[in-house]
Write a protein that binds this ligand. Structure first.
Ligand SMILES: NC(=O)c1ccc[n+]([C@@H]2O[C@H](COP(=O)([O-])OP(=O)(O)OC[C@H]3O[C@@H](n4cnc5c(N)ncnc54)[C@H](O)[C@@H]3O)[C@@H](O)[C@H]2O)c1
Length: 335
């Protein structure tokens, strides 16, 4: 892929001190973009900007509470003053909250989370869009970091889910506003991603998130950052109004029970008593052995439901004496 089209573009990344924001700012810097790192912590923000510069990139830090209109206005002003233009913004700053049923939230929680996750994204989009339009950017882009909770609800996350659904809605509506002006507007929807948003969550909790994900692991912030790079590039000019998951299939659907009929394509195991019924029935030699001990086995229509199970698991249901059962299993193992 050729990312040279992003070189020289001026971009603001909010919440650039940690996690997905930091990863995005650094990857943008590595690819020659002029990066404005916006965050509240001066020490951490300066450190991210400094590491981009030390790596040969261009970056400044601007202190901003991204939930406050005045801070966003001066962030844009400082960007224009330093780089003379704006091509894109990544509205990434946000907080997590939840793990409790809706009635257990405090009234104040609503404003706390909406101020940054929702209003922060709105004002970031509003003032950045004006500046991008005035800059006559030839490849303008707005990227909002939403969440899988912007696509599907998560239990215990009523307020977070509401803010993230709102971001996806704003993204789509604004994409319609700016499509005629060559500004793309998209949302990145991370799944469980290993960042400080999980605070001091114990390893057991992180393990649970990893297991909940079909991919069996948590994401890495760079995996979102690479999508942010692609969306900022000339290769993605026809992608707009999209909410794109980066989530190891977490939002693709519910994980139902499913068993593989042919696990040997990944395990490489050879045919034997530990093979699935499907594999044994499809092979002429093993089918003959099973039929010898259990006549009619391979044509039993009801058994089709259990084709992902092994013969070892299911054979005891047929009431064979233990000796005969072992004889059959041995014969299969020595085929
Ligand atoms: N990590 C995940 O699993 C996950 C999943 C889905 C969505 N997200 C979203 O990704 C975004 C980034 O989160 P992260 O996981 O990197 O978390 P993080 O806590 O590591 O980083 C969040 C960043 O936002 C900044 N921030 C928060 N409030 C701010 C404010 N008022 N003003 C300026 N900066 C502020 C923080 O200082 C920090 O730099 C958030 O919007 C979050 O909701 C994260």
């Amino acid at each position: 892929m050729d990312f040279s089209s992003v070189k020289g573009k001026v971009v603001i990344v909010t919440g650039a001190t940690r996690g997905i924001g930091e990863a995005t700012a650094k990857i943008y810097g590595e690819h020659g973009m002029k990066v404005v790192c916006a965050a509240r912590s001066e020490a951490q923000g300066e450190a991210v900007a400094k590491s981009i510069v030390e790596n040969g990139g261009e970056a400044i830090f601007v202190k901003a509470d991204c939930g406050k209109k005045e801070d966003i206005k001066s962030l844009i002003a400082k960007t224009l003053e330093t780089f003379g233009r704006l091509d894109g913004i990544v509205n990434n700053a946000g907080i997590g909250m939840g793990g409790i049923p809706l009635h257990e939230y405090e009234d104040e929680d609503y404003d706390k989370i909406f101020d940054i996750n929702s209003k922060g994204v709105f004002i970031g989009m509003k003032y950045a869009a004006e500046a991008i339009l005035k800059s006559h950017s030839e490849g303008g882009f707005i990227i909002n970091v939403a969440s899988v909770a912007g696509i599907m609800a998560q239990r215990g996350q009523a307020l977070y889910t509401a803010t993230k659904h709102g971001i996806v809605g704003m993204t789509k509506s604004a994409a319609l506003d700016y499509a005629p002006y060559n500004i793309t507007v998209n949302a990145i929807c991370p799944g469980y991603t290993q960042t400080s948003i999980f605070g001091d969550a114990p390893d057991a909790a992180l393990d649970m998130f990893a297991k909940d994900c079909p991919a069996g692991r948590m994401g890495n912030p760079n995996e979102c950052a690479y999508l942010a790079l692609f969306l900022a590039s000339g290769m993605a000019r026809y992608i707009t109004g999209a909410a794109i998951p980066v989530d190891g299939a977490l939002s693709a659907g519910h994980q139902n029970v499913s068993t593989w009929r042919h696990p040997e394509i990944v395990t490489g195991a050879s045919l034997g008593s530990n093979s699935t019924i499907a594999a044994l029935v499809e092979n002429e030699a093993s089918r003959a052995i099973v039929e010898k001990y259990l006549p009619g086995f391979s044509s039993n229509a009801q058994l089709k439901q259990a084709y992902g199970m092994t013969l070892k698991q299911i054979a005891p249901m047929f009431g064979l004496p233990e000796g005969t059962l072992n004889e059959m299993l041995n014969e299969l193992d020595n085929m």
